[in-house]
Design a protein around this ligand. Structure first.
Ligand code: 5AD
Ligand code: SF4
Length: 434
């Protein structure tokens, strides 16, 4: 019998990437689906959506229309992820050919909704924290592992707590078992995932041993075969000294930290309900740079949040000047339904917002140019995980510099010392020295 084929498109964050892996594994183990990269050959088309900003939500419906036209006779279309959670049955109202809607917190039900036409499963109090998903990993070299589901914060701009629900930590022993399985399978790099990883241990669904994120990091790093640990996303508010010190001390933890700033103005941070001030953020970043001189720090920034004055925006640029982030993901504020800020009336003119965004990006480019120039001639250890079609293999240094080297698949899964010989803002070129 020919196997059934699954086409899956994954938008949004690393959490969605892992959710897609979970669904692929469940569909393979229980329903015999194999992956295809051609939507017109698929028996099932899944779109794993993101709703953090408005634009991708608009794009979703035009995309669904395209899939509906090109899909083969009898093929099903399912909408999963955060927009599924947010819009629920309205998706089927607007696109009646969609067969089912499966929320970001309900991915374990994929093989169930598949057989219930027009099923909508989007409860956000559903507990998947101990569900035993079957196994599938996109990369044999790097394993994404969830440590919690949901988010307990109430940032006023963010829809995620409404799509992924309250935060529940996955029991430490289940995480360690997953890490061991991944390491036994050859993944030297472990990527721990949660909406707010350093809040780990806040709430378990059962009577689990109370373990915090710092302790979890220690346990993960003790697992045989694990060489590198990364995680995303931590919250600046929960970056206590113990956590930063463990980050600095533990040689298996990669020296790259995501610190989502959102705004450099204490006033705006208050309106965003981020729980920290400009000074706190600067203090944490300085501590990190002091204890880990080669750390690379990335961030997320929103411009033109309601009420943001020119002086507030200057504060954001000031934090960028002081911290000199190695990577900045910047966005113009996009009002989202179900969020507190949606009701704020002191909105910033859209053109001013666009102007601030381009000012910020141009400023960051000047910082990046000087950071990348300083990389020239340096030697870094690169863990190769990706074969590029142009005769290069690509990987990242411990502190997250993306490096390409001429070479073939023999380098995949290997770590090598590389000298940087040519630089640009986003990717560096190197040659292997040992
Ligand atoms: N508008 C613009 N950007 C947003 N983000 C989250 N919500 C919004 C919004 N309403 C950004 C934040 C977050 C990143 C994943 O997306 O910077 O860290
Ligand atoms: Fe998008 Fe946020 Fe959902 Fe991730 S958690 S898919 S970023 S809305």
């Amino acid at each position: 019998m020919m196997s059934k084929k699954l086409f899956i498109e994954t938008l949004g964050c690393a959490m969605n990437v892992r959710d897609s892996e979970h669904m692929i594994a469940e569909l393979n183990a229980h329903e015999g689906y194999e992956l295809t990269d051609k939507a017109d050959e698929a028996d099932l088309i899944l779109v794993n959506t993101c709703s953090v900003r408005e634009r991708p939500v608009h794009k979703l419906f035009s995309e669904l229309g395209v899939f509906n036209k090109l899909k083969k006779e009898g093929a099903k279309i399912g909408v999963c992820g955060c927009t599924a959670s947010h819009l629920g049955k309205d998706i089927i109202k607007r696109a009646p050919y969609v067969n089912f809607v499966l929320g970001a917190r309900n991915v374990s039900k994929i093989t169930d909704v598949l057989h219930r036409d027009k099923a909508v499963e989007i409860e956000i109090d559903y507990d998947e924290s101990q569900f035993a998903f079957k196994d599938f990993r996109t990369s044999p070299y790097k394993a994404y592992i969830n440590i919690s589901i949901g988010c307990d914060k109430q940032c006023t701009f963010c829809i995620v707590p409404k799509t992924r629900g309250d935060e529940i930590s996955i029991p430490p022993e289940l995480i360690i078992a997953e890490v061991q399985k991944a390491a036994d399978g050859g993944a030297k790099e472990i990527f721990l995932l949660g909406q707010n990883v350093n809040n780990y241990g806040r709430r378990f669904s059962g009577n689990e041993e109370k373990v915090n994120f710092t302790e979890l990091l220690r346990r993960v790093s003790a697992v045989e075969g694990v060489e590198r640990i990364r995680f995303t996303s931590p919250h600046p508010l929960h970056m206590d000294d113990e956590f930063i010190e463990e980050f600095a001390r533990n040689p298996k933890i990669c020296k790259s930290m995501h610190m989502p700033l959102q705004s450099g103005s204490s006033e705006i941070l208050k309106a965003m309900k981020r729980g920290y001030t400009k000074e706190w953020f600067l203090n944490r970043a300085a501590k990190l740079r002091e204890l880990v001189p080669n750390v690379s720090i990335s961030t997320d920034i929103i411009v033109a949040f309601p009420g943001e004055s020119e002086a507030d925006f200057e504060d954001t640029l000031d934090v960028m000047r002081q911290v000199r982030f190695e990577q900045v993901f910047s966005f113009k504020y996009s009002p989202r339904p179900l969020t507190e800020a949606e009701g704020f009336t002191n909105t910033v003119d859209s053109e001013i917002g666009s102007h601030r965004l381009s000012t910020l990006q141009a400023y960051q480019d000047t910082i990046l140019d000087s950071i990348s120039a300083s990389l020239l001639g340096q030697e870094v250890d690169v863990y190769f995980e990706e074969l590029r079609s142009d005769g290069y293999v690509a990987g990242r240094s411990d502190n997250n510099v993306l490096v390409k080297v001429k070479g073939s698949e023999e380098w995949l899964g290997q770590t090598a010392r590389v000298r940087i010989i040519d630089v640009s803002r986003s990717v560096q070129y190197g040659e292997i020295v040992a």
